[in-house]
Design a protein around this ligand. Structure first.
Ligand code: AMP
Ligand code: MN
Ligand code: MN
Ligand code: MN
Length: 301
């Protein structure tokens, strides 16, 4: 049931979620199902941010009005930075921007190669059929590690997806393939070229020292990046407080997103995010200055 607060005095009470996935990448709900479920959960503004693809946005946009949801077109771009994989969320992007589409096509091609390679490595480790199995579980063109993880669970190689990652898909494990994703600067460039706002996703989840994270944020800011995901489904309260401090220190706006992948993960619900900590500049205040494709105001700050 929709939750209607009795008093809605300001924009901060809008229920918003700026990081979600659909079957266009590794989520389990179709874009239309996701939007409908978000509406039912009381989410008024939703960004669909699939990994390295905008393929789900048209369907999501088609379902938005009927669900009472304002859809923010988004994408989550995989980046390789100093040996780490870092995710940048692009918000309010023009899904038809040719440079963005070209960049994402390159990442999709790499994903295709990587999926074959993961399959090969798993086979060497005694697990055949991984590539075909993962492909069959992917609704679209994009095959990710999550599809492999679901297949391995299905085949009884592990109890759950988390365990598959730990035992097979991360560095040092048999199915791991080092990422060769976009550069930080080029990914920020694609997002800006498409009129969007660039956000460092789930910053507390990277296995980086504090000093390295600060270097990342410094370079991101230098590249013109605007925001940090302060509130995230994968952040603890303490992570959130720390990231709010980082956002202020680096002059970054703050975003909030669940990183919802579907109802299979019952610990993570749509429409249940805590508010941004006091003192944060909300990322959505930047949406007005950039409109899909056409930068309406000076982009320098
Ligand atoms: P990929 O971009 O294909 O390398 O896959 C990254 C995705 O895998 C993330 O967006 C998560 O959805 C999922 N993932 C990564 N690490 C884990 C983990 N430890 N447990 C469960 N899912 C994970
Ligand atoms: Mn994912
Ligand atoms: Mn991510
Ligand atoms: Mn995500």
């Amino acid at each position: 049931m929709r939750h209607h607060p009795i008093v809605v005095p300001c924009v901060f009470l809008i229920n918003q979620d700026f990081h979600t996935h659909s079957t266009a990448s590794d989520g389990t709900l179709t874009p239309a199902e996701l939007v409908r479920r978000a509406g039912e959960a009381g989410v008024e503004r939703l960004a669909l941010t699939d990994h390295d693809t905008v393929a789900g946005l048209a369907e999501a946009a088609g379902a938005a009005a009927g669900a009472g949801v304002e859809l923010i077109p988004g994408v989550e771009i995989s980046v390789s930075w100093q040996g780490h994989t870092v995710h940048l969320v692009g918000l309010n992007v023009d899904p038809a921007d040719p440079t963005l589409l070209r960049g994402l096509a390159r990442l999709l091609e790499y994903r295709g190669w990587r999926a074959v390679e993961i399959g090969r490595r798993l086979e060497k480790a005694g697990i055949p059929g991984g590539y075909e199995g993962a492909r069959a579980l992917a609704a679209g063109e994009l095959v990710g590690r999550t599809h492999f993880a679901r297949f391995l669970v299905q085949e009884g190689h592990a109890r759950d997806v988390r365990e598959v990652f730990k035992r097979f898909l991360v560095r040092g494990k048999p199915g791991h393939v080092p990422g060769r994703w976009a550069d930080l600067q080029e990914a920020v460039g694609w997002i800006h070229g498409a009129g969007g706002v660039a956000v460092v996703a789930h910053p507390a989840r990277y296995r980086m020292t504090g000093a390295k994270l600060r270097r990342l944020l410094g370079e991101f800011r230098e590249a013109g990046g605007e925001a940090l995901e302060v509130v995230s489904g994968s952040h603890s309260k303490e992570d959130c407080r720390l990231m709010a401090r980082h956002a202020r220190e680096f002059g970054l706006a703050a975003s909030m997103g669940s990183d919802y992948h579907g109802p299979e993960n019952p610990w993570l619900q749509l429409g249940r995010l805590p508010a941004l900590p006091a003192g944060c500049r909300p990322v959505w205040t930047l949406f007005e200055t950039r409109k899909h494709g056409a930068v309406l105001s000076d982009t320098s700050r």
